[in-house]
Ligand binder design. Structure first.
Ligand SMILES: NC(=O)C1=CN([C@@H]2O[C@H](COP(=O)(O)OP(=O)(O)OC[C@H]3O[C@@H](n4cnc5c(N)ncnc54)[C@H](O)[C@@H]3O)[C@@H](O)[C@H]2O)C=CC1
Ligand SMILES: O=C([O-])CC(=O)C(=O)O
Length: 307
């Protein structure tokens, strides 16, 4: 049976554990620094199993030793942004937290695959790769599945059709410069560009780019977690089941899309060994330009980090 650990028992972490438990993907360990929090939530989620009909073992703990020999570790520890903040504003606090978290992952679960959720996503994923010392394909970040899900949801709303039939693709950094790709977005195989006029698509693209901030403004404290947990669990399932799904994820680039040495959202093939392939798409000039700008921002922040 697979062992999955979730670091951070806050909104994203606990909801992720709930979704994993309901899928019976493996035994689960949930850790946090706050005493009692992961233990209390684990107990509650175990009891939910009797009602929802799952037998998943869920352990809540403050001790990293309990993540020993995990096959997969999902990082959700750290602070979330408040209205008016960018994701990059979280870097100081979260890079310190994730450096410590990653060292413990390397110590207790050296063979694990690591999916990072903590923001700023692409930079923190880089910090996790450096501080675990793991192979780059074993450490990646959740961004594009969420952003594509938001784009798909807005498209379905506009077309008054089922979300199930929309396949959207969003790549780039998980920030204000993400790049939704209408030319690779379809509804039951029909190109989006045949279904909606350019100006309507442009409005949906803009709403997607601001999708996280829209929720932060509404919640007043904290950020989205239902769609983010759904997104990371679909990636976890691909790893645990070795299903070779093609999903967008923040992956380490070595020349692809003209980028070297940074994490960036791109379509990848996900399986038991992590990122098994990076798929390169043709983009239009303005999309390449946004990717270039976004990568500069990421590089700038990384150059100021002490890792
Ligand atoms: N990649 C993405 O698309 C998304 C990323 N996020 C990010 O995920 C992170 C978590 O968000 P939420 O769960 O909403 O926040 P939250 O505040 O509800 O939970 C964070 C948890 O981390 C714990 N924590 C802090 N330091 C820790 C440490 N050293 N070790 C273990 N646990 C520690 C806290 O005690 C808290 O329980 C944030 O950085 C947020 O920006 C959130 C949504 C989507
Ligand atoms: O907006 C945030 O800070 C959390 C996040 O990354 C998202 O929901 O896309």
């Amino acid at each position: 049976m697979a062992k999955i650990s979730v670091v951070g028992a806050g909104n994203v972490g606990a909801t992720t554990v709930q979704r994993l438990a309901e899928l019976e993907l493996g035994e689960i360990v949930m850790t946090d620094i706050v005493e009692g929090l992961p233990q209390g939530k684990a107990l509650d989620l175990m009891q939910a199993g009797a009602i929802k009909g799952y037998d998943t073992s869920i352990i809540g703990t403050n001790d990293y030793a309990d993540i020993a020999d995990s096959d997969l570790v999902i990082i959700t520890a750290g602070i979330a942004r408040k209205p008016g903040m960018t994701r990059e504003d979280l870097i100081r606090t979260n890079s310190k937290i994730i450096t410590e978290v990653s060292k413990n992952i390397a110590k207790y679960a050296p063979e694990s695959i690591v999916i990072n959720v903590t923001n700023p996503l692409d930079i923190i994923t880089y910090v996790a790769m450096k501080s675990t010392g793991f192979e780059t394909k074993k450490v990646f970040g959740m961004s594009g599945v969420l952003d594509s899900g938001r784009f798909a949801s807005f498209i379905a709303e506009e077309l008054k059709c089922s979300k199930k039939d929309v396949q959207a693709m969003v790549i780039g950094g998980h920030g204000d410069l993400m790049v939704p790709l209408p030319q690779y977005t379809t509804v039951s195989g029909i190109p989006l560009t045949d279904l909606l006029p350019h100006d309507k698509i442009a409005r949906l693209v803009e709403r997607t780019v601001n999708g996280g901030a829209e929720i932060v403004e509404l919640l007043k404290q904290g950020s989205a977690f239902y769609a983010p947990s759904a997104a990371v669990v679909s990636m976890a399932e691909a790893v645990i089941k070795d299903s070779k799904r093609i999903l967008p994820a923040s992956a380490y680039l070595e020349g692809q899309y003209g980028q070297e040495g940074i994490y960036f959202g791109v379509p990848v093939k996900l399986g038991a060994s992590g990122v098994e392939e990076i798929l390169e798409l043709e983009l239009d000039e303005s999309q390449y330009e946004t990717l270039r700008k976004s990568s500069e921002t990421i590089r700038n922040v990384i150059s100021q980090l002490e890792i």
